[in-house]
Design a protein around this ligand. Structure first.
Ligand code: ADP
Ligand code: MG
Length: 686
């Protein structure tokens, strides 16, 4: 990239150290950043109407000259600023309440645009219209007609930022070079990048604005998909010794599975077996709603590795989950010779040391644990498979670190968060995807009810009845300690209330994130062994805790949880073949949050719920995109621009397939751009 594009904005005309600091808050450091700082919206001032055409209730744009300004104090100390504007057909007043300082913006004789809704008072008015003083724009505004609206920060105004960006465009835009390979520019008839940037900031017409947007969105998504393609081909480019997984191995493994696999499990196991039999390492994402039976599928994969003389590791995001996996796997393997161990951050140091020693000399086949497994001190004798449960808690970098512990081990990532297709393409664009879309037989769908304030008592009576039949109850709260600000009931005080007032005859336990891990374990174990009837907990039970006898889940302040999260929580019950109930307590204040609760009541399809959640909250909140090693997208939206994403993906994969290390001359610029976009997150690829 040209050096002058990388210079700090501070050296531009009209920007000193003070202003560059303000602009810095917008994430703008260099001239290049400034050119790529995109408007969030546009005001279309391109169709100018005459004042005489103004009708009450219409939204109009007019152009005129100021011929009167009045700033007065009305009753109750309210200030009213009126600016009278005329064109050759009439006069209209632009009116602002309680913004007396605005008076300094206007001078008699100024020409300006006004855009707003027409109101008729004693005379025609535009109430708090948007305005654009024409002399301003001639001194470096943004063209005529369609005006960009930028996201701002304190101490800088729209017109100041427009001027700065406009000046930068005039001086620097032609230094931008097209990074997209020429054949693609031709294929889609894209605008040259300099024109696209020019038009995105000051569109000569809606049509050119759309073409500019199209090109820039495509380019961003193309870079994203290039990174995915590179990652994928990098992994696929590795070779290793294929595993043997014939009828013999298969029969051995099936021997230890105590039930008939579902069709979906059979299909996914087939996919995994084919991967493991190939000389390319597996890189597969296994999606399946809670309870769909992922564990046994992963176990099958692990046993293929073990049967071939390799080690396998099972990684979970929390100690509690790791322990649970450990116990489950131990049970499956109790009659076999497979040696299993648990490795987490806590626990006895000597024991841990001993385990680590056994892992490195091959005395252990299957290592279950938390991220403690990726610590430097742990080395494997012969790591063949890495299973990661609940992927969304792990970042790409952690995945990578683990991969490096073996010579190209197979990787299987399991997630219960149903990921909309749109998202999985981008987040996991480098992986193959398998889906468990069928529940094991005998599952009775959870019945979900929304309990409003006046039904709470009835709900408590119902719960009491179920407890008297020997059932157990989860009660989930959004926060741990009382926060006055949010006025949420906290798990701690609520546990007291339930214990003393509502269910004095029951045993109530407590589990929350601030407890030591030994205490958590104890509470969980006590609940599992029915020493409590009710377990009050915070969100930490969200993933993977298995207590088949718990058939009721109460979720307090349900409106404060994300839908996907509610669905995950609900998945904790209904595991024992008995009818289970999810009771959503909450008083949603908006129509939207009422809709969300209704969705939960009416739908048990995790994918539908995820899609809705994703639409409502956006991918960032849905997942914490940063954690995934994805760059921030400046102009594209993977939902909105899905069809462009698919094209970009196809193009990117074709290019990387032909030129996996991007060494061809025509790929140098895009390579630089992708590296810049991903920075350290891509170091290992090129
Ligand atoms: P998840 O996908 O949520 O991790 P699990 O693997 O924990 O689901 O499985 C949920 C429960 O269903 C477990 O108790 C498991 O033993 C059981 N299970 C899994 N597959 C089957 C099957 N094919 N038939 C009967 N039960 C099964
Ligand atoms: Mg699980």
């Amino acid at each position: 990239m040209s050096h002058s594009l990388l210079q700090p904005v501070q050296y531009l005309n009209g920007i000193g150290p003070k202003r560059s600091k303000i602009i810095g808050r917008l994430g703008i450091q260099t001239v290049h950043d400034l050119l790529y700082y995109f408007p969030r919206d546009y005001n279309d001032f391109s169709k100018i109407q005459k004042i005489a055409e103004a009708k009450t209730g219409d939204s109009i744009t007019i152009q005129g000259t100021i011929n009167g300004i009045q700033n007065r104090v009305a009753r109750m100390g309210k200030t009213i600023l009126e600016v009278f504007v005329s064109d050759e057909t009439g006069v209209i007043a632009a009116t602002w309440f309680n913004q007396p300082f605005l008076v300094n913006k206007f001078r008699i004789g100024d020409r300006l645009f006004l855009h707003g809704k027409v109101n008729s008072y004693k005379y025609l008015q535009l109430l708090s219209p948007e305005y654009e003083i024409i002399s301003d724009r001639q001194a470096g505004g943004s063209g005529w007609g369609i005006i960009p609206v930028y996201p701002l920060t304190e101490h800088i105004s729209q017109s100041q930022l427009r001027k700065i960006i406009h000046a930068a465009i005039q001086e620097y835009v032609d230094l931008l070079e097209d990074a997209l390979p020429l054949p693609l520019i031709k294929k889609y008839n894209f605008l040259p990048v300099a024109d696209a940037i020019r038009h995105i900031h000051s569109p000569p017409s809606m049509e050119l604005l759309n073409r500019a947007k199209n090109r820039l969105v495509y380019e961003e998504l193309f870079c994203l998909e290039m990174a995915m393609a590179l990652r994928r081909y990098r992994i696929k480019g590795e070779t290793r010794i294929p595993f043997k997984a014939g009828a013999n191995v298969d029969a051995h493994i099936r021997n230890i599975i105590p039930f008939t696999l579902t069709k979906a499990q059979e299909r996914v196991i087939y996919e995994i077996r084919e991967d493991m039999k190939s000389d390319k390492p597996m890189n597969r994402l296994l999606q399946g709603d809670v309870g769909s039976g992922k564990t046994v599928v992963a176990l099958y994969a692990a046993l293929i590795a073990v049967a071939n003389g390799y080690q396998a590791t099972f990684m979970a995001p929390t100690e509690l989950l790791a322990q649970q996996h450990f116990r489950t796997l131990q049970k499956f393997l109790s009659g076999s010779q497979v040696r299993v161990c648990l490795l987490t951050g806590s626990g006895n140091a000597t024991h841990k040391k001993n385990v680590i020693a056994q892992v490195s000399d091959g005395g252990i086949d299957l290592i279950v644990g938390t991220h403690a497994i990726i610590e430097e001190s742990v080395s494997f004798k012969k790591l063949g498979l890495v299973v990661i449960d609940e992927q969304h808690k792990f970042g790409v970098l952690q995945r990578l670190k683990l991969r490096k512990k073996g010579a190209s081990p197979d990787v299987l990532i399991m997630t219960a968060t149903p990921i909309p297709r749109t998202l999985s393409l981008t987040l996991f664009g480098d992986m193959d995807i398998s889906m468990l879309d069928e529940m094991p037989p005998g599952r009775i769908p959870v019945k979900t009810f929304w309990v409003s304030k006046n039904k709470e008592k009835a709900a408590y009576d119902f719960i009491r009845g179920e407890i008297s039949k020997g059932k157990q109850v989860f009660v989930v709260y959004p926060l741990v300690e009382h926060s006055e600000k949010l006025d949420l009931k906290s798990a701690i005080t609520e546990a007291e209330r339930l214990r003393n007032e509502i269910f004095p005859e029951c045993k109530v336990g407590l589990l929350h994130g601030k407890m030591k891990s030994a205490e958590k374990e104890q509470a969980m174990a006590d609940f599992k062994e029915r020493r409590y009837d009710i377990l009050v907990s915070t969100i930490i039970i969200e993933v993977g805790i298995d207590v088949p006898n718990a058939t009721i889940m109460v979720i307090e302040h349900a409106e404060r949880f994300g839908l996907a999260q509610l669905h995950q929580l609900r998945g904790r019950i209904g595991r024992g073949g008995k009818q289970s109930y999810c009771l959503l307590f909450g008083t949603p204040k908006t129509a939207l949050s009422r809709d969300r609760l209704r969705t939960m009541v009416n739908t048990s399809d995790g994918f539908k719920i995820a899609e809705m959640d994703f639409r409502l909250r956006g991918p960032g909140e849905f997942f914490g995109t940063r954690q995934h090693g994805l760059p921030e997208l400046k102009i594209s939206n993977i939902f909105h621009d899905f069809s462009l994403l698919q094209k970009a993906r196809k193009d990117a994969f074709e290019i990387v397939c032909r030129d996996p290390s991007l060494s061809a001359e025509e790929h140098q610029k895009i390579k630089t751009k992708v590296v810049e976009m991903f920075k350290d997150r891509l170091d290992y690829l090129l």
